[in-house]
Design a protein around this ligand. Structure first.
Ligand code: BG6
Length: 502
């Protein structure tokens, strides 16, 4: 284990609590939440007195749910093989309630069970509610918790809400108002798992723990910034959700806006949650709105068609199960935006994301301005030089690299780009481990505040509206396994720039 992390965790002992996962029989709980809880148990980071109540509509008993979750841990945990003693201890505190979220009886049963658990497991009335359900239940469950007396009493209450947080500004505002009528803002944890990724947290360290970067982190020295989140996966079995969402709602409005905010924010006056969130929201407030007339020239969307991934043929998006053959849901999007602040005035930020692209990778690249066109870049020079580029690789292969120009040894004067590359190495904890622990500790630094969610929607609403205006016109297609539609390349070549190759 990373000694720095170990050191930090020793100071971060969560209080006893009972965690309640609504929608616990779903994919997220299976692949991420339960394996993360097991990892925390394995590392001794869970509260000393802990219990987990799973509430869902599926046909499990406590026994069969425990068995199913053991399989999930065996398959998805980063601590394998499963340690029987650790699992048995954790499993003894796992309970399952089968119930309909619209029925009071489900919540009454939950209330009785939680009281019993407090006595048996010493969880002291502290409750962590986790909504891992379909978003249509994000208002119903908190209302049911309140109506059935589960939001008051001894101990603390916290609620974690999964994404998507609304589907536009109006729905996000409505959801915020609804939640804030039941919980205090400090009790609401809007989760964005990208913030739990080690390298994303490292952005703050890279920027503010090094004297080198901050002075040049501004428009005087930076030409432009590229943020890419490329996935090789297609829509898989999630078409029901994805058809309604698309690339902007699924990835850009949340994960990519968070990356942007961390890269572009001003120096916070401390590392306290509120200070960091204040600075992030200012970036979002300073985004220059993209007007309807500019949507075409500042954005690109696309849809994958048939192609090859790792040499094997794959379907086009419109041929996937549960996708309409006339679908106009984007599986690729790219946006050019500006932050109208003193620091970033005139610096374009290019964001792109797509499914079924050529390679999986999330990275942020800062392209610095070229050296003056005098010695090496002069018009008649035979030794043109490239820009310096600082790349933060969020995943996979987490690290940072810096592209520099250097003389080729022994040649008279030939210049070539070289890369200084640093890999973080080691086995990073899963994003959900860090974030779940933070919710138990009560640290909201890596969670999204109400105004961040709203500001981000305020930026994307006009783009989505302009796309809607286009009606059912087919989207630009790109073959699966390529880098997206040619329009995305064009967006940059029009400005004499190029996407960085991952
Ligand atoms: C989720 C999206 O939030 O993030 C998925 O809903 C996407 O569509 C996933 O595949 C990507 O997460 P990661 O951690 O694999 O980059």
């Amino acid at each position: 284990m990373n000694p720095l992390r170990e050191g930090l965790q020793r100071q971060r002992v969560p209080e006893p609590c009972a965690m309640v996962i609504f929608g616990a029989s779903g994919d997220l709980a299976h692949r991420k939440l339960i394996p993360a809880i097991y990892s925390l148990a394995h590392e001794g980071s869970l509260p000393p007195y802990f219990a987990l109540v799973a509430v869902a509509v599926s046909d499990f008993t406590t026994e069969s749910f425990r068995e199913d979750m053991k399989k999930a841990v065996q398959e998805f945990s980063r601590h394998r093989p499963v340690n029987e003693a650790v699992w048995n201890n954790l499993a003894a505190g796992i309970h399952y309630i089968k119930g309909d979220f619209k029925e009071d009886s489900t919540f009454q049963q939950l209330g009785v069970l939680l009281k019993k658990i407090d006595v048996e497991r010493g969880t002291k009335g502290n409750r962590l509610f986790y909504l891992s359900t379909n978003p249509s239940l994000f208002e119903i469950i908190p209302a049911q918790l309140k109506a059935n007396g589960l939001t008051s009493g001894v101990g603390w209450r916290r609620i974690v809400i999964e994404k998507p947080f609304g589907r536009d500004l109006a729905t996000a505002q409505k959801l915020n108002a609804h939640l804030q009528a039941i919980f205090g803002e400090s009790e609401i944890y809007r989760i964005d798992h990208y913030l739990g990724k080690e390298t994303v947290q490292n952005i703050l360290v890279l920027r503010f723990a090094n004297g080198l970067f901050e002075p040049i982190w501004r428009n005087q020295f930076i030409d432009h910034v590229q943020i890419t989140v490329a996935e090789t996966l297609g829509v898989g079995s999630r078409a029901g959700y994805y058809e309604e969402a698309g690339a902007v709602r699924d990835m850009m409005q949340n994960h990519m806006m968070q990356l942007l905010a961390l890269i572009a924010m001003e120096t916070p006056i401390s590392l306290k949650a509120e200070q960091i969130r204040n600075e992030k929201v200012k970036v979002l407030q300073a985004l220059r709105p993209i007007l309807a007339k500019d949507v075409k020239s500042s954005t690109v969307r696309g849809q994958y068609s048939r192609g090859y991934m790792d040499g094997a043929p794959v379907k086009g998006y419109r041929e996937e199960t549960n996708v309409s053959p006339k679908s106009v849901t984007e599986t690729f999007s790219c946006v050019k935006l500006f932050i109208d602040s003193w620091r970033w005035s005139g610096v374009p930020f290019y964001l792109r994301h797509g499914k079924r692209l050529a390679k999986k990778g999330t990275e942020i690249s800062i392209f610095f301005k070229r050296s003056p066109d005098i010695l090496f870049n002069a018009a008649d020079s035979e030794t043109p030089v490239d820009q310096n580029v600082l790349t933060i690789r969020v995943q996979p292969d987490e690290g940072v690299s810096l592209r520099m120009e250097a003389k080729v040894p022994e040649q008279q004067l030939q210049i070539q780009s070289v890369k200084m590359d640093f890999r973080f190495g080691g086995s990073s904890p899963e994003a959900y481990e860090r974030l779940l622990l933070d919710t138990m500790i009560g640290d909201a630094t890596l969670f999204i505040r109400h105004d961040e969610a709203e500001q981000s929607w305020a930026f994307f609403d006009p783009i989505l509206a302009a796309w809607r205006e286009d009606g059912g016109r087919p989207l630009p297609q790109y073959a699966a396994g390529t880098w997206g539609p040619k329009e995305a390349e064009q967006l940059l070549t029009n400005e004499a720039r190029k996407w960085r190759r991952l």
